[in-house]
Ligand binder design. Sequence first.
Ligand SMILES: Nc1ncnc2c1ncn2[C@@H]1O[C@H](COP(=O)(O)OP(=O)(O)OP(=O)(O)O)[C@@H](O)[C@H]1O
Length: 264
Amino acid sequence: MTDPAPQAVAALELWEVYKAFGGQPAVAGLSLTVCPGELYALLGPNGAGKTTTIRIVAGLTRPDGGEALIYGHSVQRNGAAAKQVLAYLPDDPLLYGKLSAPEYLEFVAGLWGLSAAEAAPEAERLLRWLNLWDHRTQRTEGFSRGMKQKLALAGALIHRPRLMLLDEPLTGLDAAASRQVKDALQEYVAGGGAVVLTTHILEVAERMAGRIGIIAEGRLVTEGTLEELLARTGTQTLEDAFLALTGLDAPPAEALDEEVRAGG
Ligand SMILES: Nc1ncnc2c1ncn2[C@@H]1O[C@H](COP(=O)(O)OP(=O)(O)OP(=O)(O)O)[C@@H](O)[C@H]1O
C-alpha cells in the first residue's frame, strides 16, 4: 500500500497513545489531530504528560499503546519516513559550543543528508532572519540563552521540516528574541508547516495558537480555539479557562462559577 498524498493527510495524528512509567500512566489514551498550516498549543499543569507526548511523537520514547502518525507515516512502524519531515526542539537543545553558528547548521544539515553546499544558502537565510548573521564567526559557547535558542530553531528548520515539535520554545527569551521566534513560527505556519508546542506562557498560546489542547493526568481534557475554550468554560481569559479545566478535582466550570459567586 502506498502512503496517502501528503496534502490529504493530517500533519500529526495521535491515536489512543498510552505510556506509563513504573505503572504510573504519564500519557493515558491521548488522541488528537493537527493539520498542516496549524499551530497547536499543548497546555497542561506540571507533570500532565506534555513532554512525554512530544517525545513519543519525536520517536524518542516508545509508547506502550496507541500510535503516532506524521503525515500518514507511523512513528512506531515507519520511523525513518516519519522523522524525515519532523523537527524536534527540546527545551534544552544541545549545541556544540566549539562550533560557530554556520558550522553548527552545516553539521545539523549533514545529519539530514544535505551537503554543506546545499545547506549554506538556507543557513545564511535563517541566520540573517534570526539576527545571528553578525555573530557568524563566534563560537556558540559564547552565545546568550536567547541566541542559542534561536540557533537551535534555525537548526530545526534547516532541512525544511513539515512538522515542528517545540517544547517550551520561548522560556527565558527576552522580548526581542521572543518576538523573533514567534514571527518565525508564524511565518512557518503561514507557509503550510505545522507546529505543536508546549508552553506555560499562556499569552503565547492565546496569541499564536490556532487551537489549544489542554491535558491533565495524561488525558485531553478539551481542545478548541481560544474562543471555544472561553465559551465552554464561561471565562474571559485563557488563564481562567485553564484553571477551570485543570482544577485538582476537575469541577465543571458551572460549579466553579457558583463557588466564586458564593465567595467559596
Ligand atoms: N523517564 C521517566 N521516568 C519516570 N517517570 C517519568 C519519566 N518521564 C516522565 N515521567 C513522569 O511522567 C509524568 C509526565 O511527565 P512529563 O514530563 O511528560 O510532564 P509535563 O506535562 O511535560 O510536565 P512539565 O510541565 O512539568 O514539564 C510525570 O509524572 C513524570 O514524573
